[in-house]
Design a protein around this ligand. Structure first.
Ligand code: PLP
Length: 361
């Protein structure tokens, strides 16, 4: 007898044991949970974009190499000309490609913890060994003795370091990253998703380290809906990865929209500058509150700890503000919450509700 269960059992055990990446349904809540840029385009820019899009040929496959998009990205992200670039349907797809290419029996992926959950999730999905090395518990800096010991023991094929880190918000010391690069034979991917909100970058230093790859995305900049990420690094490595990239992974509408948007890069620079300034305002307001621990941030979100994170999270939800509750996701994140910096009005709505909940609980 054939049953759906007999088919289900054909699915690899490591996949059946995973939980799907959960995204909360925002309803009409103020959405401060996913590090999105809160600003919309003005109507003149939207009009111009729609005009630009009308040239799209949806009956044709997209440019497989997305040359124009690459060119615009090289300019705005100042990618060294001697380095190759590979594009992904979001940087999530690039993480998946790297893991797929480097998953050999016995090979290990190393990442600090807590960090971006997709590194571990995508490794586990293909059965690649994953070594999560705890950060320092107090300030979430890299605990170098443990990292170097794990590097020595496992000789990881792949290291992922989000810099600045999600969900902790801090950037790591450049010397620590240099030490990891010097001690690792495998690829070290520095995931620079939060570039618009920090001055830290290894992009200009790609030629110093043959094993360094720098990953970027346009998501946090203000184009999360496009799904477009990039990996920059030495042609010798990227030429191999290019072989497993699905030929048309960047669709026609994304290619046109990205080219259009990146030619108006100053719009996004202005928005992200404003978000950086509003982050400082929100940080100071949160730090002044009794019973709240706030960590400094070089991203567009703020990590904080309260006495009862779940009660605050649910209370905010009832008051129409959606944030991220990290309680239970890692032992170092007990009673922690993550708030994306929104518009000044959104930040105020959050802060008012948050303050009244703190006083009531
Ligand atoms: C948001 C985020 C990403 C995801 O980027 P996409 O391009 O939207 O897939 C990657 N890395 C980190 C650290 C992030 O926080």
């Amino acid at each position: 007898m054939h049953t759906t269960n007999s088919v289900r059992e054909q699915i690899r055990l490591e996949i059946r044991q995973l939980s799907a990446y959960h995204v909360a349904d925002p309803g009409d809540a103020i959405k401060l949970d996913a590090m999105e840029n809160p600003y919309q385009w003005d109507s003149a820019l939207t009009e111009e974009w729609l005009q630009y899009l009308s040239a799209a040929s949806l009956n044709r496959y997209p440019d497989p190499a997305a040359c124009e998009v690459q060119q615009e990205l090289r300019t705005v992200m100042q990618i060294p000309s001697e380095m190759d670039v590979i594009l992904g349907n979001g940087s999530d797809e690039l993480i998946q490609m790297l893991i797929q290419a480097m998953n050999r029996p016995g090979q290990v992926l190393l990442a600090p913890e807590p960090s971006f959950v997709m590194y571990a999730l995508l490794a586990k999905a293909v059965g690649m060994q994953y070594a999560g090395v705890p950060l320092r518990e107090d300030d979430f800096s890299l605990y170098m003795p443990a990292i170097l010991e794990t590097v020595k023991k496992h000789q990881p094929a792949l290291v992922f370091i989000a810099n600045p880190n999600n969900p902790t918000g801090n950037a790591f010391a450049a010397e620590d990253l240099e030490t990891i690069l010097a001690h690792t034979a495998g690829a070290v991917v520095i995931d620079e998703a939060y570039t618009p909100f920090t001055d830290a970058t290894f992009m200009p230093r790609l030629d110093e380290y043959p094993n360094l790859l720098v990953m970027r995305t346009v998501s946090k900049l203000g184009l999360a809906g496009l799904r477009l990420g990039l990996l920059a690094g030495s042609p010798a490595i990227l030429k191999e990865l290019e072989k497993i990239r699905l030929p048309y992974n960047i669709n026609v509408l994304t290619q046109l929209s990205a080219v259009f948007a990146l030619r108006h890069y100053t719009v996004f620079e202005e928005q992200t500058r404003r978000i950086r300034a509003d982050r400082a305002v929100l940080f100071n307001q949160l730090e002044a509150l009794e019973g709240v621990r706030v960590w400094p941030s070089e991203t567009n979100f703020i990590l904080l700890r309260v006495a009862n994170a779940e009660a605050i999270f649910n209370g905010l939800r009832e008051r129409g503000v959606l944030i991220k509750c990290l309680h239970g996701s890692h032992p170092f994140l007990d009673n922690c919450l993550r708030i994306t910096v929104g518009t000044p009005q959104e930040n105020k709505s959050f802060l008012d509700a948050f303050t009244s909940l703190l006083q009531g609980t």
